[in-house]
Design a protein around this ligand. Sequence first.
Ligand code: DOR
Ligand code: ZN
Length: 346
Amino acid sequence: MTQTLTLRRPDDWHLHLRDGAMLQAVLPETARHFARAIIMPNLVPPVVTAADATAYRDRILAALPAGMDFTPLMTLYLTEGTDPADVAAAHEAGLITALKLYPAGATTNSHGGVRDFDKVRGVLELMAERGIPLCIHGEVTTPEVDIFDREAVFIDTVLDPLRRTTPGLRVVMEHITTKQGVEYARAGGADLAATITTHHLIINRNHILVGGIKPHYYCLPVAKREEHRLALRAAATSGDARFFLGTDSAPHPDRLKEHACGCAGCFTATNTMSLLAHVFEEDGALGRLEAFASLNGPAFYRLPPNEARITMTKHAAPVTFPASIPAGDETVTVFDPGYPVHWAVD
Ligand code: DOR
Ligand code: ZN
């Protein structure tokens, strides 16, 4: 018997689209299935001001193929120089949906991030007043802290103090990778939520390192031990409204992934919905995929869920995806879960 699944059109609450030829290449991969996405501002140079966000939004819309329906939800990259008045105006105009906090040096193009939180106090207070969410890359960058501990240490030493000193600040813990992240998000009130990527539901650190180094499984925060992956699976498939999809689909040219100093990022835009249906079915939670991918995100962001529906079908034969997509003169490898998947969006 053919199995089908109908759900409201999903959104991606954490996405990297880049610019130029890469934007052209990856945008249709997201817009094919997703109605909206929170667009990460870590371009070179980053999207810092309302003027930057306007220009970037226009480039995204210009790159959108005719007939595709997709709304980019813009973010500003929070820096120590961010002007609260610029943020207020951009939010009032409906231009931006959130701000993004990268601790300086945490990941790709994050050197302009925040070092001294006192310097962004004015912006954070404005955001708390107006209910503008802060999307946080939650890793400390202190060289002494082991890379596998950076998320847990961030929660204790940065996130929790930050939330206590800014009551009412609405925070999205981006791409959580640990059971500590799950527990902290669960214990938070209505002002706290967490996104989970597709790939962190599928791989643990062994997938990156056992049997040879797999650069296409390397991302930040790096995948952790199996117990953490299982905690993420339990959170994502639970239906709990505090957890929702943010793919962190992060394209890099294969040339720079397969490199002595390979870039961080997994490109999952192409097959995310198929992979999620597989994961949720495996955990007996297909009925809760819609909450994770289509309902919990808009509820936190105080936006209506999409009215359009997508239908997915489980096929007898495995569904095939391109191993990579072309992007200008480069190629970008599509995330490979390492097992066949049978679900496809119709
Ligand atoms: O793996 C990642 N890639 N993590 C990030 O935080 C940034 C992203 C990117 O921009 O490539
Ligand atoms: Zn990201």
